[in-house]
Design a protein. Structure first.
Ligand SMILES: [Zn+2]
Length: 212
């Protein structure tokens, strides 16, 4: 993710790109947590345990090569009844990869996913949030739901403390928010600290956490 990233995706950006899903339109007290980049042995199970403590469901946007390396961990995500989505096979950057190569890489990841689940929905998230409209259109044609976010926790930024991440994540979340967390090594120490506090805060005021 780049430095231009906002904690809260501006409404104007959400409106400019209506083909992408930025949040769920609802008045209900529901938040949609998402975790990018796993599965990995160092963190995924711990995230699953934290989610279980709060009866929370989430969506995991997995990298194909990680699924291939850690199929058992991928299966535990599915057994815990979370959703899984495609995050390309090699965590590609859309702005520096040809469209054909990118789409093949997405397909490769999808094949890896479908070895383990028959989940009907095809969910996709662009690594680094890098997208362009042509690519988005081609993916939509292949029935991918393109999932962005309205809240970015910035848990991958080593310069930001976990307290600050917690504070901003709470401040920016609202009914129907799709929030991004990271199931990766960079985020590990912080996520283990703030994730239970984030979930506790919203559980205490009547929120549910659902998968996409
Ligand atoms: Zn990613």
């Amino acid at each position: 993710m780049s430095d231009w990233a906002f904690y809260k995706t501006p409404k104007i950006i959400q409106k400019l790109f209506p083909d992408l899903n930025w949040k769920v339109n609802t008045n209900a007290k529901v938040i949609y947590p998402t975790f990018d980049d796993g599965p990995i042995p160092e963190l995924t199970h711990e995230i699953l345990n934290i989610l279980k403590d709060f009866d929370a469901k989430a969506t995991f946007f997995c990298v194909g090569e990680n699924i291939k390396k850690h199929p058992k961990i991928f299966q535990s995500i599915i057994h815990n009844e979370h959703s899984v989505g495609n995050h390309t096979f090699n965590h590609l950057k859309a702005w520096t990869t040809s469209h054909d190569e990118y789409l093949n890489n997405v397909e490769l990841c999808q094949r890896e996913i479908e070895k383990h689940t028959t989940q009907g929905k095809k969910l996709f998230r662009f690594p680094y949030g890098q997208f362009n409209l042509k690519l988005a259109k081609r993916l939509k044609k292949e029935n991918y739901e393109l999932i962005m976010w309205d809240v970015l926790s910035k848990d991958y930024k080593t310069s930001i403390s976990s307290n600050r991440i917690l504070e901003k994540s709470i401040e920016k979340s609202e009914n129907g928010s799709i929030i991004v967390f990271h199931d990766n090594i960079k985020a590990k120490d912080k996520i283990l600290q703030f994730l239970p506090l984030y979930l506790e805060h919203f559980s205490d005021i009547g929120y549910k956490f659902k998968k996409l």
